[in-house]
Design a protein around this ligand. Structure first.
Ligand code: GDP
Ligand code: MG
Length: 180
């Protein structure tokens, strides 16, 4: 293993949420700082990894994308297994994608367990004029379900790095706290 491949922790994080909300583009932005504006679905990667450093530790995040399985409601239990964190994504311009967050959350809880740290992510914040889900409504849901909450734009990069970094740190601090 080369020195640049060294890491102290490996965290599996899953991206979940309805088809079209921007999961693959959030991963593309985080991983390669790119955006795919095409209508046609990019058959993205199954997962991508990126190592970040803080507090003198190197954490390798292995981020899994549903890669289109969610369209057929065919996300398998293997997809969820072992995940320490999840970004539960909806599209701020589609209220149905927000309503479905509850269903995604219960599926996640069933397969990944109660300890999986979840962040609710309202994506496409650049489309202000088309907003259908208020930040207040999303915040209320996140507080009730004890999730953290952030709005992002994979298109203009707003908060994408922050969302991934924050969940990685949350996982790290929770584990550190639990192991003492
Ligand atoms: P997925 O099905 O959840 O993986 O969603 P995709 O990443 O494939 O994105 C679905 C569509 O939404 C594509 O046409 C993207 O270009 C578009 N999209 C994704 N993220 C954003 C965003 O932050 N802002 C805008 N305006 N469009 C986005
Ligand atoms: Mg996708």
């Amino acid at each position: 293993m080369s020195a640049t491949d060294d890491y102290d922790y490996l965290f599996k994080i899953v991206l979940i949420g309805d088809s079209g909300v921007g999961k693959s583009n959030l991963l593309l932005r985080f991983h390669k700082n790119e955006f795919n504006g095409g209508q046609r679905e990019t058959i993205g990667v199954e997962f991508a990894t990126k190592t970040i450093e803080f507090d003198n530790v190197h954490v390798k995040a292995q981020v899994w994308d549903t890669a289109g399985q969610e369209r057929y409601r065919a996300v398998t239990s293997a997809f969820y297994r072992g995940s320490l964190g999840a970004l539960l994504v909806y599209d701020i311009t589609r209220h149905d994608s927000f309503r479905n967050a509850e269903r995604w959350l219960s599926e996640l809880r069933e397969y990944a367990g109660e300890d999986c740290i979840v962040m609710l992510v309202g994506n496409k914040s650049d489309l202000r004029h088309l907003r259908a889900v208020s930040a207040e409504e999303a915040k209320a849901f996140s507080e009730n379900s004890r999730l953290s909450f952030i709005e992002t734009s994979a298109k203009d990069s707003t908060n994408v790095e922050t969302a991934f970094t924050r969940i990685i740190k949350e996982i790290y601090h929770r584990r550190k706290h639990d192991s003492v």
